[in-house]
Design a protein around this ligand. Structure first.
Ligand code: ADP
Ligand code: MG
Length: 388
C-alpha cells in the first residue's frame, strides 16, 4: 500500500491527543525539530499541556475542539490507546492522522488485536473470547491455568486475574463484572521483549533494537538493551513487528510486546499504537528517539537512525520512590543518581507522587554490558530499588 507523503516544513503545527508523559516527550522532540505542538487534553494541568505551544482543554470527543485542532495542525497523533477512535477518524477528514482510528481501534480490544496479529501471520498465545460465563464451559483444558483479562481498558497488569482452574475462571469472570474478556493460557515465559517499529507515510519501515523487559507488580521496571537477547529471538521479533505494522498499513510508531517461551518460541503478546515505555531508552542510546521518529513521520520527513551503538537501559521511576520507609514524602537524591556515569534523568513534572504512578525514568548507557549493569546497580542503590 503506498500513500502520498505530505511534507510540512518546521514551523508547521503537529497535534497530539492526550497530555501525559508520552505526549510531553513527543512535544519536546517535535519542538527540537522546530515544529509547534498542540495538545488536546481535558486536564487543567498536564505533563504535555505545560510544554505544548497550545493546550486545548476539552474532552477527547469534543467536536469543536477536534475541529480547532484539525484546522491548526498538519498532522495529529495520539499518546494513549484509549482515545476514541472516532475522534481520529474525524481528524483524518482534514489532516494526516498517524496512526489511523482503525489501527487504534484494533489495539483497544485484546480480542481484535490477537485476531489481527494472527492474520498478519504472527503467533499469539492460545486464547478464547469469554463474553458470557457459559463461554467458559467450552474452553479447552489447555487454557488452564490461564489468565482472564478484560478485553478493553487493561494496563499495567490491571483488569486481569490468574485462574488456576475452570472453577476459578467463573469466579474471576464474575469479579470482573461480566465485561467481555479473553482467557489466555498461562505460558511458560523465559523472558519478555518488545520492539518499537516506525512506519512512515510512504510505507518505509525501521525497527529499533528489541529491549528485554522486567516488570515489578505488573508495571514495567527496567528495559535492557544489553545484548542479552539471542540474535535469533531478536530478529524474529523485529520481523514479526514489521509484519504487523505492514499488515495494519500503520503510520507512526508502534510498540509490540513479545513473550519468549522456554522452548525458544517468540509469540506476540500485545501492541501499543504509540511510543512505548520500553522504547524510552532510544532517547539516549539512539541518534533519533522514538518520539522524534513519530514527529518525523507526521511531518513527512525521512525516518531517522535507529542503531543503539552502546548497551543501554531504562529504569522507571515510580511514585513509591518519593516516600521513605515510614511513608514520609521526600525527594529522591537526583544529585547522586546523576553522579553515576552514563545516566540521564527524565522527569514528567507530575504534581503529587503516588505509589505506582509513573513519575519519570533514568536512562543508562555504558561501553559494555558489565559496566551497564554496574551502573544500574549503583542507581538502584541510590534510589533504594531492588537489583534489576
Ligand atoms: P498489560 O496491558 O497490563 O501490560 P499484558 O497482557 O501485557 O497486559 O500482561 C501483563 C503481564 O502479565 C505480561 O507482561 C506478562 O508478564 C504477564 N502475562 C500476560 N499474559 C500472560 C500469559 N498468557 N502467560 C504468561 N504471562 C502472561
Ligand atoms: Mg503489556
Amino acid at each position: 500500500m503506498s500513500h502520498p507523503v505530505s511534507y510540512h516544513a518546521p514551523g508547521a503545527w503537529l497535534g497530539i491527543l492526550g497530555g501525559g508523559q508520552l505526549g510531553r516527550m513527543f512535544c519536546q522532540a517535535a519542538q527540537a525539530l522546530g515544529y509547534h505542538v498542540a495538545v488536546l487534553d481535558p486536564g487543567e494541568v498536564s505533563p504535555a499541556g505545560m510544554v505544548a505551544d497550545w493546550h486545548i482543554r476539552a474532552a477527547y470527543d469534543d467536536p469543536t475542539a477536534l475541529d480547532q485542532l484539525a484546522k491548526r495542525c498538519v498532522a495529529v497523533s495520539t499518546e494513549f490507546e484509549n482515545v476514541p477512535a472516532d475522534s481520529l477518524r474525524r481528524l483524518a477528514r482534514s489532516c494526516v492522522t498517524a496512526p489511523s482510528g482503525d489501527c487504534v481501534a484494533i489495539a483497544q480490544d485484546r480480542l481484535d488485536e490477537k485476531a489481527f496479529i494472527q492474520k498478519a501471520g504472527v503467533p499469539v498465545v492460545p486464547h478464547r473470547a469469554v463474553t458470557q460465563a457459559s463461554d467458559l464451559d467450552s474452553c479447552p483444558e489447555v487454557l488452564f491455568p490461564g489468565i482472564l483479562k478484560t478485553a478493553r481498558l487493561g494496563y499495567d497488569g490491571k483488569g486481569q486475574v490468574r485462574v488456576a482452574s475452570r472453577a476459578a475462571a467463573y469466579q474471576a469472570f464474575e469479579a470482573l463484572k461480566g465485561v467481555p474478556c479473553i482467557l489466555e493460557a498461562l505460558q511458560p515465559l523465559d523472558y519478555e521483549i518488545s520492539v518499537m517499529v516506525a512506519r512512515d507515510q510512504a510505507g518505509q519501515c525501521v525497527t529499533y533494537p528489541p529491549s528485554r523487559n522486567q516488570h515489578r507488580d505488573g508495571i514495567l521496571a527496567v528495559s535492557l538493551v544489553d545484548g542479552s537477547i539471542p540474535a535469533a529471538a531478536a530478529d524474529q521479533a523485529r520481523d514479526f513487528a514489521l509484519r504487523i505494522a505492514r499488515t495494519l498499513d500503520y503510520h507512526g510508531v508502534l510498540g509490540v510486546e513479545f513473550f519468549v517461551l522456554r522452548d525458544g518460541r517468540v509469540v506476540a503478546n500485545e501492541m501499543a499504537p504509540r511510543p512505548h515505555n520500553s522504547g524510552h531508552y532510544t532517547q539516549d542510546a539512539c541518534l533519533v528517539s522514538q518520539f522524534e521518529q513519530q514527529a518525523r513521520i507526521m511531518a513527512g520527513l525521512p525516518l531517522g537512525d535507529t542503531d543503539a551503538p552502546r548497551p543501554a537501559a531504562m529504569m522507571n521511576l515510580l511514585g513509591d520512590l518519593w516516600f521513605d520507609a515510614r511513608g514520609v514524602e521526600r525527594e529522591p537524591r537526583w544529585q547522586d543518581v546523576l553522579a553515576v556515569p552514563g545516566t540521564r534523568l527524565h522527569l514528567y513534572a507530575k504534581s503529587g507522587a503516588r505509589p505506582g504512578r509513573k513519575m519519570g525514568h533514568v536512562n543508562v548507557v555504558a561501553d559494555s554490558a558489565a559496566e551497564l549493569h554496574r551502573r544500574i546497580a549503583q542507581v538502584s542503590a541510590v534510589l533504594g530499588l531492588p537489583d534489576a
